[in-house]
Design a protein around this ligand. Structure first.
Ligand code: NAD
Length: 292
C-alpha cells in the first residue's frame, strides 16, 4: 500500500526532498506558509494541505524541513502531536539546536510517537538530486523505520545514536568544516604573499599533511583544484549565512557542555564579520577575499 508522508517546510531544501519522495512512490501531503512553495510542490504531484495539522492527519510519517528550532517546536507541539495518527513516525530534517531536538523528541515520546532528528549534509543540489547524507538521532526502532523514507531522499543514512545525536553530529561536522575553510583561506592568502604560486602550493599541500576537504574538494581559490563556487564568483554553494547559523549552533552547544572550542569560536567571529559585510548570501569560500 502506498505510504503517505506529510511534508512540512518545502523551501530550498524541502521542495526537492518532497519531489524525491514522490518519485520513489510515496504520496505526499504538503504544507508551507509560502504559497509559491506549495504551488511548486503541487506541480510535482503533492497534495496541498491547509495547515501543518491538516497535512499530518492520516499520514504514516511526518517530515519537517524548517528554518530553526523555534519553528520545529511550534509545528510539532502546536499542530502535529494533536493531529497525527497513533504510531505515525516523526522525522525532523531541519538543522536545529541539540537541546530543542531532545526536548521535542521527549515530548513526542510522551505523546505516543517515535521521533528521529535527521539533519542533512549536502546543499540544494543534493536535495534536488536525492544525494543527501542523513545523520540520524533516535532509537534503533526509530532509525529502522526512518531509513527507507530517508533513503528515498539521500545516498547515505547513518545512525548517530540517541535523540539529538543527529544534530550533534551535524554541528560538530560543520564546525570542523568552518574551521578548516578559514584555515585553508588564511593559508593560501599567506602562501601567495610569501611568493608561492597558488596552484603550486595546492599541488604540494593537497598531497601533504595540510590536506583537507576544504582544500581538495572545495578549494576557495578561483582556478585551483576542482570546479567550485570560487570559479563562479562565489555564487551558489554553501551560503556564508548558513555556515554562520551552524557555527552559532555549534558554539552554543559547546558552551552548554563546557567544551572548549577556540577554533569554532574564531570561525564564528570571522563568518560573522563576513556576513556583516553584506555577504551572507555568497558561498563560504569567499572567506579568502576577507583574509587576503
Ligand atoms: P528555506 O527558508 O528555503 O525553507 C524553509 C521553509 O519553511 C520555507 O518555505 C518557509 O516558508 C517554511 N516555513 C517556515 N515556518 C513554517 C511553518 N510554521 N509551517 C510551515 N512552513 C514553514 O530554508 P532551507 O534552505 O530549505 O533550509 C531548511 C533547513 O535545512 C534549515 O534548518 C537549514 O539550516 C537546513 N539546511 C539547509 C541547507 C542549504 O544548503 N540550504 C543545507 C543543509 C541544511
Amino acid at each position: 500500500m502506498t505510504q503517505t508522508i506529510a511534508f512540512i517546510g518545502l523551501g530550498n531544501m524541502g521542495g526537492g526532498m518532497a519531489a524525491n519522495l514522490l518519485k520513489n512512490g510515496y504520496a505526499v501531503r504538503a504544507f508551507d506558509l509560502s504559497e509559491d512553495a506549495l504551488a511548486k510542490a503541487e506541480s510535482h504531484g503533492a497534495v496541498r494541505a491547509a495547515s501543518a495539522a491538516d497535512a499530518a492527519a492520516g499520514a504514516d510519517a511526518i517530515v519537517t524541513m524548517l528554518p530553526a528550532g523555534t519553528h520545529v517546536e511550534a509545528v510539532y507541539t502546536g499542530q502535529v502531536f494533536g493531529a497525527a495518527k497513533p504510531g505515525a513516525l516523526l522525522l525532523d530534517c531541519s538543522t536545529i539546536d541539540v537541546a530543542t531536538a531532545r526536548r521535542v523528541a521527549e515530548a513526542a515520546q510522551a505523546a505516543g510517537f517515535t521521533m528521529v532528528d535527521a539533519p542533512v549534509s549536502g546543499g540544494i543540489a543534493a536535495a534536488n538530486g536525492g544525494t543527501l547524507t542523513f545523520m540520524v538521532g533516535g532509537s534503533d526502532a526509530g532509525f529502522a523505520a526512518a531509513k527507507p523514507i530517508l533513503s528515498a531522499m539521500g545516498k547515505a543514512v547513518i545512525h548517530a545514536g540517541g535523540p539529538g545525536n543527529g544534530q550533534a553530529a551535524k554541528i560538530c561536522n560543520n564546525m570542523l568544516l568552518g574551521s578548516t575553510m578559514v584555515a585553508t583561506c588564511e593559508t593560501f592568502a599567506m602562501a601567495q604573499k610569501l611568493g608561492l604560486d597558488p596552484q603550486t602550493f595546492y599541488d604540494i599541500s593537497s598531497v601533504s599533511s595540510g590536506q583537507s576537504w576544504s582544500m581538495t574538494s572545495y578549494c576557495p581559490v578561483p582556478g585551483v583544484g576542482p570546479q567550485t563556487p570560487a570559479d563562479n564568483g562565489y555564487q551558489g554553494g554553501f551560503a556564508v549565512g548558513l555556515m554562520l547559523k551552524d557555527l552559532k549552533l555549534a558554539t552554543q552547544a559547546a558552551a552548554s557542555v563546557s567544551a572548549s572550542v577556540p577554533m569554532g569560536n574564531a570561525a564564528e567571529a570571522l563568518y560573522q564579520m563576513l556576513a556583516n559585510r553584506g555577504e551572507a548570501q555568497r558561498d563560504f569560500g569567499l572567506m579568502i577575499e576577507m583574509l587576503s
